[in-house]
Design a protein around this ligand. Structure first.
Ligand SMILES: [Mn+2]
Length: 475
C-alpha cells in the first residue's frame, strides 16, 4: 500500500500527499491477532487479579499492547504477557484497572471522597467496523455478552472512559501501581515508557510504583491450567525433536531441519514457535543463540537443536544434540556423556528449597558445574568448568524466559528448564541438553521425559530411520 504514494505525480500538492498519508494511517488495518488455541476459565484470571488486589493499597493500572509494537508485515499481535496473565485477553488496545481489595483511608488524599466505582474494570476499544472489515470481529464494551466473555463485571470504553476514570482516581490516591519501564531484554520498553509518560501527564501529582515484581511472583507458580498448556507445548516439541532425529542427514541445511520441526509444531496445533529456532552444526553448535541457520550440515558435525513450540500462549524450551551422521565420534560422545551426567545429577537434586543460584549450599547449578568441572579435559589438559558458560536453567511460561529469581528457593508449581552445556569452539564441539521440569511438593516431574537423552537411544533411533530410508518403497 505505501507504494501508491509513489504514483502521485509532481503536480500533487504536499497537502494532498499529507491527506493521503493520514487516510492510509486511519484505515490501515492493525496486525492480525495471534490465535490462542485455548484459554483458562475466567475464574482463574479473576483469582490472579484478586491475589494482586490484596497486596496493594493503591490502584493498579495496566495497558495491553496496542498492535503497533512492530511494523513488520509478518507480525501477529500477541498480548503483553503480564496483561494476558491477568485477563486472558488477546486483543489490541485494552487497559486494566484493579482497585485495592482493602481501602486504607490514611492513604487517600481526601478522606471525605472515596472511590465508589467498580473494583476492577476492563477497558476495550469501541467497535470499529472499518477495522473489523480487515481483521475480523473484536470484543467491544457494548457487546451483549461482554461480561460473560471477559469475566469482568465492568467493561468500559478505552476511547472515552479510561481517561476520566484515571483523572478521577488521581484526585483520590497518592500512588498508582503500573509496570514501570526498564531496559532489560524483552522488557517491552517503548510501550511501557509511553504509558508511564501518559499516566504522568494525566496524573502529575500521583507517584508511580512498579507492580512488575508482584505479578512476576504470581507468575512463578503455575496453575494446573498453565501446566496443562505447557505440557501440550512440550509434547509438540518432543514430536518435533523426534522428527529431527529421523530426518538428520549430512547435506541438509540447518534451516531445513528447523523447517521440519516447525511443521510438526504447527500441524499439531502450536500457534507459533516459543522462540526463534536454533539449529547449529559444527562450529555453530558452540554459539548459544545461533540464528543464521545457513550452514550445510557436514558428515561428522555435531548439531545442537534448541527448538520448541508455543501452545495457548505458553512456551516449551527443549534442546537436543545429535551426531549429523547418526553416530557420535568418541570425543563427541565423551563430552555428551559428561553433559548428560551433569544434567541427571542436577535434575535428581530438584525439590522445593533447591536453587539455580551460582552459590549456596542448595545450588543445583553447582551440582552440574562441579560435575562438568571434575570430568574430562580440554585439548590443553584443563578442566571443562569454564566451558559451561551459562546458567543451569530458567522458568518457562508465557515467556520462554519467564520471570523468576535464580536464587529463590524452588517451590511446588514452578516449571523450569535444566540445560547444562559444554561449548568448545576450538573443537567445533558444543553440547547442550535441555529439559523441562515441574517442581512437585516432594521432588520433580520431568515433563519432557518422552524425548530420549541417552546417546545410545538417540543413535538407535537415528539408525532405524536410516535403515527405513534405505528400504525400497513397498509396492
Ligand atoms: Mn532455555
Amino acid at each position: 500500500m505505501p507504494n501508491s504514494i509513489q504514483q502521485l505525480g509532481p503536480s500533487h500538492s504536499r497537502s494532498s500527499i499529507l491527506l493521503l498519508l493520514l487516510a492510509l494511517f486511519a484505515f490501515s488495518p492493525a496486525s492480525p491477532a495471534q490465535q490462542r488455541r485455548e484459554r483458562e476459565p475466567n475464574s482463574v484470571y479473576a483469582q490472579r487479579r484478586a491475589a494482586l488486589a490484596a497486596q496493594v493499597d493503591s490502584p493498579i493500572l495496566l495497558l495491553g499492547f496496542t498492535g503497533r509494537e512492530e511494523s513488520s508485515q509478518s507480525y501477529l499481535f500477541a498480548q503483553e504477557d503480564n496483561f494476558y496473565y491477568l485477563t486472558g485477553h488477546n486483543e489490541e488496545g485494552a487497559a486494566l484497572l484493579i482497585l485495592p481489595s482493602v481501602e486504607k483511608q490514611s492513604l487517600v488524599t481526601n478522606v471525605t471522597d472515596t472511590w465508589t466505582g467498580p473494583r476492577e474494570i476492563l477497558f476495550l476499544p469501541a467497535r470499529n467496523l472499518k477495522k473489523e472489515a480487515w481483521n475480523g470481529p473484536r470484543l467491544a464494551p457494548d457487546d451483549p455478552a461482554i461480561r460473560e466473555k471477559t469475566g469482568f463485571a465492568s467493561v468500559l470504553s478505552a476511547d472515552t472512559q479510561l481517561r476520566p476514570t484515571v483523572e478521577q482516581l488521581a484526585h483520590l490516591y497518592h500512588d498508582f501501581f503500573t509496570i514501570l519501564p526498564y531496559e532489560q531484554e524483552n522488557g517491552g520498553y517503548p510501550h511501557e515508557k509511553e504509558f508511564a509518560a501518559w499516566l504522568g501527564e494525566l496524573a502529575p501529582k500521583v507517584a508511580l510504583q512498579d507492580i512488575r515484581a508482584k505479578i512476576s511472583r504470581l507468575r512463578e507458580i503455575k496453575s494446573p491450567g498453565e501446566i496443562a498448556f505447557l505440557q501440550r507445548a512440550i509434547d509438540l516439541s518432543v514430536d518435533a525433536h523426534l522428527e529431527a532425529m529421523r530426518r538428520m542427514r549430512p547435506g541438509l541445511f540447518e534451516y531445513q531441519i528447523a523447517a521440519a520441526m516447525t511443521a510438526v509444531h504447527l500441524a499439531g496445533g502450536a500457534e507459533s514457535e516459543g522462540y526463534a529456532p536454533i539449529v547449529g552444526a559444527g562450529f555453530n553448535s558452540t554459539v548459544l543463540h545461533y540464528d543464521k541457520l545457513d550452514r550445510r550440515i557436514a558428515p561428522g558435525d555435531i548439531v545442537v537443536l534448541d527448538v520448541a513450540a508455543q501452545f495457548s500462549g505458553y512456551s516449551a524450551d527443549i534442546t537436543r544434540t545429535l551426531p549429523a551422521s547418526g553416530k557420535f565420534s568418541p570425543r563427541q560422545r565423551e563430552i555428551y556423556e559428561i553433559v548428560l551426567a551433569a544434567q541427571n545429577a542436577a535434575i535428581s537434586s530438584l525439590k522445593p528449597g533447591m536453587t539455580f543460584c551460582r552459590e549456596g549450599k542448595n545450588s543445583a547449578y553447582k551440582i552440574a558445574f562441579n560435575y562438568i568441572n571434575s570430568h574430562g579435559k580440554d585439548l590443553h589438559g584443563k578442566s571443562l568448568g569454564p566451558y559451561f558458560i551459562h546458567g543451569l536453567g530458567h522458568n518457562i511460561g508465557l515467556d520462554v524466559h519467564d520471570p523468576g529469581d535464580y536464587c529463590r528457593p524452588l517451590e511446588p508449581g514452578m516449571v523450569v528448564t535444566v540445560e547444562p552445556g559444554i561449548y568448545i569452539p576450538e573443537e567445533n564441539l558444543g553440547v547442550r541438553i535441555e529439559d523441562d521440569v515441574l517442581i512437585t511438593p516432594t521432588g520433580y516431574q520431568l515433563l519432557s521425559e518422552r524425548l530420549p537423552r541417552d546417546p545410545a537411544a538417540i543413535e538407535r533411533l537415528m539408525a532405524e530411520s536410516l535403515t527405513a530410508a534405505a528400504q525400497p518403497p513397498k509396492p
